[in-house]
Design a protein around this ligand. Structure first.
Ligand SMILES: *Cc1c(COP(=O)(O)O)cnc(C)c1O
Length: 397
C-alpha cells in the first residue's frame, strides 16, 4: 500500500515549485505564487480520479472525518454508527464533535454488517460511517438502502481504499460524503493530509469554510473575508499538497502493481483448502492494498501470525491482537480516558462499550490475517514470499 515506496523525481519537482516561489500557504498571496496552486491542483486531480463534484483538502484523514461530519451538521449528542474494525481515528473524529460513536459488528466483508446497523438505529442516530478497510468495501447497496429508509447520512471512510470501486464508482464517492487520508503509510501519500469529497455543494462549502477558521474565501483579501460560522484550522500546506499532486498522478500505476502482487499471493494461498478469503460484495473491485484471508480458528491464526514473523514474512497483521484497529484492545477508549472533561451525554452514550459483546466481529477478526501488498517487491520476491506463506500456513494446520 504505501506510496512512499515509490518516491522520487516527480515529487521533488512539485515540491521545488513551492520552495522556489516561497508560498507555503494554500490560500491567498496570489501575487507571489507565480501561478502555483498545488492544493487547488490536487483537488482538481482528485475530483477527476474520484468522479466527485467537490473535493476539500484538509490536514489529515482524521480531520477529514471530523470535517465531513461537521459539514453535514453532525454534532453534540448525535449518534454515529461505525464498525468495530477500523482505525482509532474513526472514534476520535466523532468524539471531537461531541457526538457519540456507536460501534456495531462487521460481517465477512470486514465492513459494517447491515443487519447490525439496522438494529443500532435510535432516534438520535444521525449518520452511518462505513469504513472501507484494507482496500475493499462493505455491502454498500444494503447500507445505502438502510440510510435511505431511515433518512440517515452515509459517510464513507475510504482512507485505506483509494483506487477501489463499487458498481463502477470509486470508493469514497458513493456515500453523501467520503473521506481520504494521505498520511505516510497510505496508498497515496502527501506526508500528512486528507480530503473530503462530496457531490453536495452546501456540504462542500461548509467543509471549505470550517477547515479554515470559518473564512468564506470570497475575494482574495483574507483580512476582508467574512465568517459565516465558527471554524478551525484543518488546512493542508502547499508543500504537502505538492507531494500529493505528484503521487495522485501515479495512482493507476500503483493499483496495477498492487493487483499483480496480490494475485500471485492469492493464487498461491488458494491451494490450501483451510484458507478462505474475505467476501468482496458483488460489483466491487478491491484496490488490492491488502490480501485478507481467514483461517479455521483463532489458535491457528495466532500460530500463523507468529510463524510469519519468525520466518520473515513481514507486513501481515492479526488485528485481533492489535490495539489500533480493533475494539477488543481499545482500553483507553473503553475506559474513556480523556485529558479534559467529557459531557455527561457522551459518557452515558458510551456506557454500552464496557460490556457489549461483539461476537460476530470476533468470529471474523480472530481468524483473519491481513497482509500489506508492497509496491517495491520484484516479481521474484513476490513468488518467494508466496511459497514461504504457503509453507508456513501448512505447518500450522
Ligand atoms: C489512516 C486512517 C485514518 C486517519 O488518517 P490520518 O491521515 O492518519 O489522520 C482514518 N481512517 C482509516 C480507516 C485510516 O486507515
Amino acid at each position: 500500500m504505501p506510496g512512499f515506496e515509490l518516491f522520487g523525481e516527480l515529487e521533488r519537482q512539485e515540491v521545488n515549485d513551492v520552495l522556489d516561489n516561497g508560498v507555503l500557504m494554500r490560500y491567498g498571496f496570489d501575487g507571489m505564487r507565480n501561478g502555483h496552486w498545488k492544493a487547488k491542483a490536487l483537488e482538481a486531480e482528485l475530483q477527476n480520479t474520484l468522479q466527485s463534484k467537490y473535493v476539500q483538502l484538509v490536514s489529515s484523514g482524521t480531520a477529514a472525518v471530523s470535517v465531513a461530519l461537521a459539514s453535514a451538521g453532525v454534532g453534540a449528542g448525535d449518534e454515529v454508527i461505525m464498525p468495530t474494525f477500523t482505525f482509532v481515528a474513526s472514534f476520535e473524529a466523532i468524539m471531537l464533535l461531541g457526538a457519540i460513536p456507536v460501534l456495531v459488528d462487521i460481517d465477512d466483508t470486514l465492513g459494517l454488517d447491515p443487519k447490525a446497523v439496522e438494529e443500532a438505529i435510535t432516534p438520535k442516530t444521525k449518520a452511518v460511517m462505513v469504513v472501507q478497510m484494507c482496500g475493499s468495501m462493505a455491502n454498500m447497496s444494503a447500507l445505502q438502502d438502510i440510510c435511505h429508509t431511515h433518512n440517515l447520512l452515509l459517510v464513507e471512510d475510504a482512507c485505506q481504499a483509494i483506487g477501489g470501486t463499487y458498481q463502477g464508482k470509486p470508493l469514497g464517492s458513493i456515500g453523501d460524503l467520503g473521506c481520504f487520508s494521505f498520511d505516510f503509510v497510505k496508498t497515496i501519500t502527501s506526508g500528512e493530509g486528507g480530503a473530503v469529497v462530496t457531490n453536495n455543494k452546501s456540504y462542500y462549502l461548509n467543509a471549505d469554510h470550517y477547515s479554515d477558521h470559518g473564512h468564506d474565501h470570497v475575494g482574495n483579501d483574507r483580512g476582508a473575508e467574512s465568517h459565516p460560522f465558527l471554524g478551525y484550522n484543518f488546512r493542508i500546506s502547499e508543500l504537502h499538497a505538492a507531494v500529493g499532486l505528484a503521487q495522485i498522478k501515479r495512482l493507476p500505476e500503483f493499483i496495477n502493481i498492487q493487483k499483480r502482487h496480490y494475485t500471485i499471493l492469492r493464487e498461491a494461498l488458494s491451494v490450501i483448502p483451510e484458507v478462505t478469503f474475505r467476501t468482496v460484495p458483488q460489483g466491487g473491485e478491491e484496490s488490492y492494498a491488502f490480501l485478507n484471508f481467514f483461517l479455521p480458528n483463532l489458535e491457528i491464526a495466532t500460530k500463523v501470525s507468529e510463524r510469519f514473523k519468525a520466518n520473515g514474512v513481514d507486513g501481515c497483521f492479526h488485528y485481533y491482537n492489535n490495539n489500533w484497529h480493533y475494539i477488543r484492545k481499545w482500553e483507553h477508549l473503553k475506559d474513556l480516558k480523556s485529558l479534559f472533561p467529557i459531557s455527561t451525554e457522551v459518557k452515558e452514550g458510551l456506557k454500552y462499550l464496557a460490556d457489549k459483546a461483539f461476537n460476530k466481529s470476533d468470529y471474523y477478526i480472530a481468524r483473519n490475517i491481513s497482509c500489506l501488498i508492497k509496491l517495491s517487491w520484484s516479481e521474484d520476491e513476490v513468488k518467494a514470499r508466496a511459497k514461504k506463506m504457503v509453507e508456513t500456513i501448512k505447518s500450522c494446520l
